[in-house]
Design a protein around this ligand. Structure first.
Ligand code: ADP
Ligand code: MG
Length: 534
């Protein structure tokens, strides 16, 4: 028997890290991700400039965008990126917060690991703390009484620190009216708000269009460029004569050919007759429009766009109140949509778009962003999306909490009290959880150029004093009641951030063995084969 013979159960090129090393590596990676976004948190957070492999530049303050563009490779770090994406998908804001919490939970768990606390005890304590935190959030949140001022404050809070800050009064008007307008008996689908960019003028010209901007010009230059009080036909088929590809037409003399052409012309003309008699004077056609039809339509003074995207057609129906028509013979005057104006506009150098505006009660809308450069407009779009996400969340969920670190401070305080009631080692984990929450106000202060320890000490004292909504207002550097200061956030940002950060921390802490197959042989060493993580 040979006991010297090594046994291989894994392919040769698999790198394996086990036990403590695996844990520490993963924790370090998670912490690096959290550190990467840390400086962007809050009103005085800084932006990051990301340049991709082909040289495209993104300037942003948005956590999820930063992590997405970083092309992170480490598996544990990727799990962190995932939570920012979930946060974005679920709430549309709070991505930096979620990642920072997860990073801090993992960092703090290292202390406990050093004290030989078993990872399962830590994760149990974290989950216990998260459950308790949700309970406290339930006690601390406030019912939002459908009040526009509060909604605008929610938007202003979401916008602080974004490049959009200067325009936040304008933006908050736009966002609140947009969400209220598309609210369909409590159902809010943000897909019904289409954000369109026009590189001209300044950001201050960004506006809400009660209708839609469609990325299509009129098909024929003889058509009018503007129609007032239009009657809009939304047609989902082609305005053409359909001859299947394999049809053979045999004509033996020119008279026959002429007859064929005349017949086709008649069919096409009759399409225009039907449209005309329905009183439609604008057509959005999902498919093609024959040249001859275009000619007749133009002669009748009808405005038409072709090959309009299906999603735009559906949104047009929601905006104008028109119905999608698929058969002209069924066309009825009642199927037509309404607006105040349909008009062609020039975007940029030679791009033309069609504006459908002044719809009576649109359930789909466009927000038109203006700006001098693509980078600026992109960041405005992200800011708008954060605001839209927050307002939609508040309107649906009906609960708000005090921002500027107030809610985190109060949760932290209550969790510390709760920890005292525990006897086992989980107590230590609950304390670390409480500590992790303080990382948010601490970082807000730090990014705002304040002394984080001073701020934290005063916040603690005031919360101990029963001032549950006191936070650090970074706009005026005052420690004050965040609700009174109008710094308000949706409850869901916090429940989601806490839930997903604990989830990822739990997952990462439970790993004690990393088996990575190497695909690339010239990776630099971390013992893990992931470049950039040494
Ligand atoms: P996230 O990606 O987590 O949303 P942000 O950079 O948008 O990160 O920052 C959000 C944090 O900034 C929240 O905790 C919010 O309460 C806080 N905040 C917003 N406005 C202020 C303010 N005027 N003073 C202090 N904190 C603020
Ligand atoms: Mg935010």
């Amino acid at each position: 028997m040979s006991d010297k013979q090594p046994i291989y159960i894994l392919p040769e090129n698999t790198e394996r890290t086990v036990g403590k090393d695996a844990q520490r590596n993963n924790i370090l990676a998670a912490k690096l991700v959290s550190d990467a976004v840390k400086t962007t948190l809050g009103p005085k957070g800084m932006d990051k400039m990301l340049v991709d492999s082909v040289g495209d530049i993104t300037v942003t303050n948005d956590g999820v965008t930063i992590l997405d563009k970083m092309e992170i490779e480490h598996p544990a770090a990727k799990m962190m990126v995932e939570i920012s994406k979930t946060q974005e998908a679920e709430v549309g804001d709070g991505t930096t917060t979620a990642v920072m919490l997860a990073g801090r939970l993992l960092e703090n768990s290292e202390k406990l690991l050093d004290m030989k606390v078993h990872p399962t005890v830590i994760t149990k304590g974290y989950n216990l703390a998260a459950e308790k935190a949700r309970e406290f959030l339930g006690e601390l949140c406030i019912d939002f009484e459908h009040n526009d001022e509060i909604l605008k404050n929610v938007v202003r809070t979401a916008m602080t620190g974004k490049g959009a800050e200067t325009f936040r009064d304008n933006f908050s008007e736009i966002i609140v009216s947009a969400v209220k307008q598309i609210n369909d008996n409590g159902k809010i689908d943000l897909n019904n708000i289409k954000i369109v960019k026009n590189k001209s003028n300044g950001v201050e010209d960004t506006k809400l269009i009660k209708g839609l901007v469609i990325d299509k010009d009129r098909v024929n230059i003889d058509m009018p460029t503007k129609i007032e009080n239009p009657k809009i036909l939304l047609f989902s088929e082609a305005l053409e004569v359909k001859t299947p590809d394999d049809t053979k037409i045999s004509v033996s003399n020119s008279a026959q050919l002429q007859e064929f052409v005349d017949r086709e012309d008649k069919v096409l003309k009759s399409m225009v007759e039907i449209i005309k008699s329905s009183e439609a004077n604008v057509i959005f056609c999902q498919k093609g429009i024959d040249d001859i039809v275009q000619y007749y339509l133009a002669r009748e003074g009808i405005y038409a766009c072709r090959r309009v995207a299906k999603s735009d057609m559906e949104n047009l129906a929601r905006a104008t109140g028109g119905k999608l028509v698929s058969n002209l013979h069924d066309l009825n005057n009642n199927d037509l949509g309404n607006a105040e104006i349909v008009e062609e506009y020039k975007h940029g150098v030679d791009d033309r778009m069609t504006y459908v505006s002044g719809c009576p009660d649109p359930k789909a809308l466009s927000i038109l962003i203006h700006g001098g450069s693509e980078h600026v407009m992109d960041e405005m779009e992200r800011a708008l999306q954060d605001g839209l996400g927050d307002v939609a969340t508040v309107v649906k969920d009906g609960k708000i909490v005090a921002g500027a670190g107030a809610i985190e401070m109060e949760l932290s305080k209550r969790l510390r009290d709760f920890a005292h009631s525990l006897t086992g080692r989980e107590q230590l984990a609950v304390q670390e959880f409480a500590d992790a929450l303080e990382y948010i106000p601490l970082t807000l202060a730090e990014n705002g150029g304040l002394d984080p320890i001073d701020v934290l000490t005063e916040l603690k004292a005031r919360h101990d004093n029963g001032e549950v909504n006191v936070g650090i207002n970074i706009t005026n550097n005052k420690i004050e009641n965040s609700l009174d200061a109008g710094i308000i956030e949706p409850l869901k940002i916090k429940t989601q951030a806490i839930g997903s950060s604990v989830e990822v921390a739990t997952m990462i802490l439970r790993i004690d063995d990393v088996l990575a197959s190497k695909t690339n042989t010239n990776q630099r060493g971390t013992g893990m084969g992931y470049p950039g993580m040494e």
